[in-house]
Write a protein that binds this ligand. Structure first.
Ligand code: FNR
Length: 190
């Protein structure tokens, strides 16, 4: 029997009709056997402020998300692209998750991370995905580079209810997540 795998999914968009959240939900419906994808929200994470951290410590939603990631087998990020980089809301969330710095190895150290992204534009978030590379490297995460999922012209690939209806992209998504999970299974130290 395949080892059970739990992934945490993070969308880098707060909006209700987010293409990236739709993409994560589509992934949830096409997981390999024995794999669970828990989609967490970054909506309750405040703007990072060192004064707040000093006076009040780490906010509850940040601690909860840190613990969920630390307990998971991997992290699947669906990142929009803003101005040829990552969106500030997601970078802000990751910055909070990296506090205090002494906790980085517990939360991110050797954590398998896969990044994908959807955009109505033509380049499929390729530039934003590359922008995450130095961040993940700094955190000591194990950024999975065995596959790449860019979703250009994404507005045309989902129906009004947010379901992925494009057959070719559905296959690509399943293959991407499948290969990520296979790599986690192959490299996991039990
Ligand atoms: C964008 N968008 C965008 N798209 C892209 O492919 N490359 C880019 O550089 C940018 N830049 C950008 C900047 C800002 C400030 C906004 C608000 C938007 C468009 C973006 O991909 C689009 O809004 C997506 O729908 C955002 O993702 P969600 O919310 O659908 O997940």
């Amino acid at each position: 029997m395949a080892t059970s795998i739990t992934l945490i999914g993070l969308s880098g968009s707060l909006r209700h009709e987010s293409l990236n959240t739709h993409l994560l939900r589509a992934a949830q419906e096409r997981l390999p056997q024995g794999c669970t994808l828990v989609i967490e929200s970054i909506a309750a994470i405040p703007l990072y402020n060192f004064d707040v951290e000093t006076a009040h410590g780490i906010p509850g939603p940040v601690t909860a998300l840190k613990d969920a990631i630390a307990a998971a087998d991997g992290l699947l990020i669906a990142s929009p692209e803003y101005n040829n980089s990552m969106p500030g809301v997601l970078k802000n969330a990751i910055d909070w998750l990296s506090r205090p710095a002494a906790d980085i190895p517990r939360v991110f150290g050797n954590l398998p991370v896969a990044i994908m992204g959807a955009t109505p534009g033509a380049f499929g978030t390729l530039v934003a995905q590359n922008a995450w590379l130095p961040v993940m490297r700094t955190l000591g995460a194990r950024l999975w580079s065995g596959g790449r999922l860019v979703v250009p012209r994404a507005a045309q690939l989902f129906d009004d209810a947010g379901h992925l209806t494009d057959e070719a992209m559905t296959k690509r998504l399943a293959a991407f997540v499948g290969a990520f999970v296979e790599d986690i299974r192959a490299t996991r130290v039990t």
